[in-house]
Every structure is written in C-alpha cells, then in structure tokens.
Ligand binder design. Sequence first.
Ligand SMILES: Cc1cc2nc3c(=O)[nH]c(=O)nc-3n(C[C@H](O)[C@H](O)[C@H](O)COP(=O)(O)OP(=O)(O)OC[C@H]3O[C@@H](n4cnc5c(N)ncnc54)[C@H](O)[C@@H]3O)c2cc1C
Length: 257
Amino acid sequence: MKIVVCVKQVPDSAATMSVEDGKVSWGDAPLVINPWDEYAVEAALRLTEEQGGDVVALSLGDENAKEAIKHALAMGCSEAILINDPAMKGADTQAVARVLAAAIQKIGEVDAVVFGKQAIDSDVGATPAMVARLMGWPAVTLVSEISEFSGGTLKAQRAMEEGRQQVEATLPVVLSIVKDYGEPRYPSFMGIRKASRAEVPEWTVADTGIEVPPALVSWPKVMEPPARQITNEIIEGGSPEEIAAKLADKIMEEKVL
Ligand SMILES: Cc1cc2nc3c(=O)[nH]c(=O)nc-3n(C[C@H](O)[C@H](O)[C@H](O)COP(=O)(O)OP(=O)(O)OC[C@H]3O[C@@H](n4cnc5c(N)ncnc54)[C@H](O)[C@@H]3O)c2cc1C
C-alpha cells in the first residue's frame, strides 16, 4: 500500500499576524508543520502500520517547507518530496491542487492521499476537495475514524459539529483528517536523527509533467478584522445577593436571557 500525506509549512500558531499595506506579516515567527497535518501524518502512518506499505510526505513550498517535511519523516514517513518552484509564488488553491495532483499521479499506484482539514495560515480548506476532483477520486473530508481500509473499500466516520456520519467510499480516496482522529505521535529520537540526514528530492512543477498553472483568484488586499467596541460595567452592591439581583435585572433589561 502507498499513501501520500500532504504537509504544509505555516507560521507557529502562537505567532501574531499583522497587516501592513494590505500584506500579511507574521514577523519573525518560527515556521512549523501545519498542526492539522500532524493528524494527517498520524492517520497515514496508522494505516500502513496495520496493513504494511509506505507513506510519502509531499509538500509544495520553498526551502522552509523542508522543516514540515522533516517533521513528517521524523514521525515515521518513509519518503518525502518537496515541490520547490519560484514560479508558484502567489499561487491560489486551484494552482496548488493542480500541482499536488500532478505530483501524486507521478508518484503512481497510490491508495489514498491524506490531508489536514485546513492550513492555519490561509484557512481556505478547499485543497483536499480540489485534489480529489482533479484525480477523479472520492473526497471524504473531516474524517475522525477509519474502521476499514481494504478490498478497495473505505469505511470511515466524519465528525461535524452537529453529529457523526458513517461513510463508505471506494479506493483510491482523498481524505482530510480532524483532531478527533487521535493525538499525533511525537517524533522519536531515532526518527529525528533519520530525518535530519534524509536527502529530500526536489521537483519543479515541470518535473510533475504540467506547466505552472496560473492563479485564478487573487487577494489584492488583506485587512485586519474591525476592532470590536466593548464596554465594561462593574456592578456594585452591599452583599453578593444584592450584586446578583442587580446583575439578574441587568441581564433581563438587556434581553440577554
Ligand atoms: C501571504 C499569502 C498570500 C496568499 N495569496 C493568495 C491569493 O492571492 N489568492 C489565493 O487564492 N490564495 C492566496 N493564498 C492562499 C494560498 O495559495 C494557499 O496556500 C492555497 O490556496 C492553499 O490553501 P490553504 O493553504 O488555505 O490550504 P487548505 O486548503 O486550508 O489546506 C488543507 C490541507 O491541504 C494541504 N496543503 C495545503 N497547501 C499545501 C501545500 N502547499 N503543500 C502540501 N500540502 C498542502 C495540507 O494538508 C492542508 O492541511 C495566499 C496565502 C498566503 C499565506
């Protein structure tokens, strides 16, 4: 079995984002593997541990993306590929999806492509569905459990705010994984050493067999959300009962309840 897991390099979730002249900046925040992609790597590794096979970590990005790839290798992925092409600067989601799909086709004989549910820097959340569409494979998103992955069939559970859904699909399949799937493992010491020595093959877009896809969507301007107007009021009183009664009146007055 061969599984491809797509990983993206993003600014640390503790980074403070600011917008200057319509451009996004994360200052000098460290770059890390997209946290949702750690769940994807975990799911891919568990599938191959149960049934044998290889997990290939795939990333589209610049030199910095090697850190995300090395993290995936340290967790246990057997191979990795970086698509590093300066012509992809300013790419939109469909361009990213086209290049990832072409790379997956080049890897060949893949049983599943596993994604995180979204990238924490741009939050588009559409890459898995777009890749599935381009491959002509089913997309099963927001997966929290995989109960069967054999004989050409996937049985999985999807987790949504409103409930859970049992899904069956044919293989090969594109999956996106959510937190409920289970805690991602920490990279082992041996894994970190292996990853630090790994030579990661680099492909250009041309190496995947397609031309650089033009972006169809642009983000001409990015704004910070409008500041919320918040006022505080301290309720005074001679006793906790008096303060509570005043608070209850206030809540009813403001029609909060
Ligand atoms: C500064 C900045 C400017 C941007 N400008 C534009 C713009 O002008 N127009 C526009 O449409 N978009 C723009 N984007 C969005 C950018 O192209 C997105 O990275 C792309 O659309 C994918 O969407 P996403 O990162 O939200 O991924 P999502 O769809 O949220 O990610 C889902 C999953 O897809 C996988 N994935 C996503 N990206 C990669 C990758 N590169 N390599 C491997 N796996 C990946 C990961 O598993 C991830 O968990 C910009 C992004 C940034 C940070």
